[in-house]
Design a protein around this ligand. Structure first.
Ligand code: HEM
Length: 454
């Protein structure tokens, strides 16, 4: 039986009735795609091979260290039942030129159907309003062939496996750059991003044991596997061996400018800073959706994700708010949802979650290593970035750009409601761009079956 890519039911990966093809898919898929892997300590290595021989030697040595999605899911279960910790995550992605440098012919590369992957992020920057690539961090200005992601909950285990992987890099190959993810947490220990907001909450879910835990009266968190998986065209059996397109972007956050914009907005509209910030993000810092509540709700409500915007024309949650621009939840555009797997980077001496004044906040050196898995870079990541978050006329004329993730000109001011549940959003504000793209690339994260036979 073929892998059920379009099933209307979440995947019961642990079912005794699971067919052989799906078992093979899970045994050869890389982890962190179907379900996020813990990545408290994370390193991203950006590699460039000199000749096919060194690239292939590296992949051959790395593949035996990598676990599968199936093993990852078993590890999560063992941890929740018996408290036994899992093994580190090692992920490998290859860019188009990476495949070329492993010795693949153009005819092989044509088998990847995604135009964005074929062209690479530098070329696509034009349509994404990215800064020109000569302004990117040096590592990203080069042609990156492979990305290796190493992550674990435990610092020592992460260090050990990273040292092992570094030792595998052949002398002819080059580590062009290295990014270090540093998890940020609020007072309650919840994961946050650098502007201080709960992060990683709204995700497409694929697995039965995850979906069953989520209330789904208004928003259905279940998505079919076809949302993020595609047959690996170069694997021995693309009908059973799958991969996913990974978008990787280093997004620097100017925390001082963002907090200053929040303070200015609060003063201009006579609001609390908590509410002013929520108007930009669409959630309060503790994750309470602005659509559901005018104030940050104590526990319980904070992480709610079961809502749609219904008839709200921006009076509760502005049409421009980050989470509304990036996912309008109108039921029509579910196909664009990506599986976001990013991590914050950069070390802070202040506390991102407290109320310290803007001038004490960092202006650079901290941000988000944005990573997301897609079945199509063009119709998922690029569509969201170009047609929604950057587009001041989405979802209506004069909406303004997304104040968090939007790039490009800021000629159109942002419309904001003067009071919660006001019938029409009218107050307008010009909000600065506080997130800057520092570089990135598109990769394909192949099946382990491909990596093992290279
Ligand atoms: C959600 C912050 C960049 C797409 C969120 C949330 C926060 C956040 C705080 C709400 C919590 C959650 O559901 O995770 C940021 C920051 C960014 C950034 C600080 C840049 C530094 C991006 C980019 C995209 C994006 C570039 C896509 C192009 C999304 C999506 C959601 C989300 C799809 C879920 C919306 C929903 O389903 O309600 N982000 N984000 N984000 N973000 Fe971002």
């Amino acid at each position: 039986m073929a892998v059920p890519l379009f099933n209307r039911k979440p995947l019961a990966w642990d079912s005794a009735d699971l067919d052989a093809d799906t078992r093979e898919m899970l045994a050869t898929l890389q982890p962190n795609i179907l379900r996020s892997h813990v990545r408290e300590h994370l390193t991203v290595l950006l590699l460039r091979f000199a000749v096919p021989a060194d690239g292939r030697r590296f992949v051959r040595a790395l593949a035996p260290l990598m676990k599968s999605a199936g093993t990852h899911l078993e590890e999560i279960r063992r941890f929740s039942r018996y408290g036994i910790r899992g093994t580190p995550y090692i992920g490998l992605g290859l860019s188009r030129s990476g495949y070329r440098h492993l010795g693949h012919e153009i005819s092989d590369l044509r088998k990847f159907g995604d135009l964005a992957f074929q062209e690479g992020m530098k070329k696509r920057g034009r349509i994404l309003d990215d800064p020109p690539s000569h302004e990117w961090d040096a590592a990203y200005q080069r042609d990156i062939h492979a990305v290796v992601i190493v992550a674990d909950a435990d610092a020592a285990a992460h260090r050990r496996v990273l040292a092992r992987i570094r030792a595998l890099v052949p002398p002819e190959a080059r580590v062009l750059g290295e990014e270090t993810g540093v998890a940020q947490r609020d007072k309650a220990g919840e994961g946050i991003e650098h502007f201080g907001y709960a992060h990683g909450r709204s995700q497409p879910l694929f697995l039965a044991d995850q979906v069953v835990k989520e209330p789904a009266h208004d928003w259905n968190p279940f998505f079919p596997l076809a949302q993020i998986l595609v047959p690996d065209p170069l694997a021995p059996d693309p009908g059973r061996h799958f991969g996913s397109y990974l978008v990787f972007r280093k997004l620097e956050q100017n925390v001082r400018a963002f907090q200053q914009a929040v303070q200015d907005l609060a003063e201009a509209l006579g609001l609390s800073e908590a509410r002013a910030g929520a108007l930009l993000v669409g959630r309060f810092r503790n994750g309470t959706p602005l659509h559901l509540n005018p104030e940050p709700h104590p526990d319980g409500w904070a992480v709610r994700n079961d809502f749609r915007y219904g008839g709200d024309s921006g009076g509760r949650c502005p049409l421009s708010a980050h989470i509304r621009k990036a996912n309008p939840r109108d039921g029509l555009e579910r196909g664009v949802m990506m599986a976001r797997r990013g991590q914050t980077y950069g070390v802070r001496t202040d506390q991102p979650w407290d109320d310290a004044p803007p001038e004490t906040r960092p202006t650079c050196g901290v941000g988000l290593l944005f990573m997301a898995f897609n079945a199509s870079l063009e119709t998922q990541f690029e569509f969201v970035q170009q047609s929604w978050v950057n587009n001041p006329s989405y979802p209506a004329e004069n909406t303004g750009p997304d104040p968090v993730a939007g790039q490009g000109p800021r000629e159109v001011p942002t419309r904001l409601p003067e009071a919660w549940d006001a019938p029409v959003a009218r107050a307008i504000a010009r909000l600065p761009q506080t997130v800057t793209m520092r570089g990135g690339e598109y990769f394909f994260v192949p099946s382990l079956a491909y990596l093992r036979q290279i």
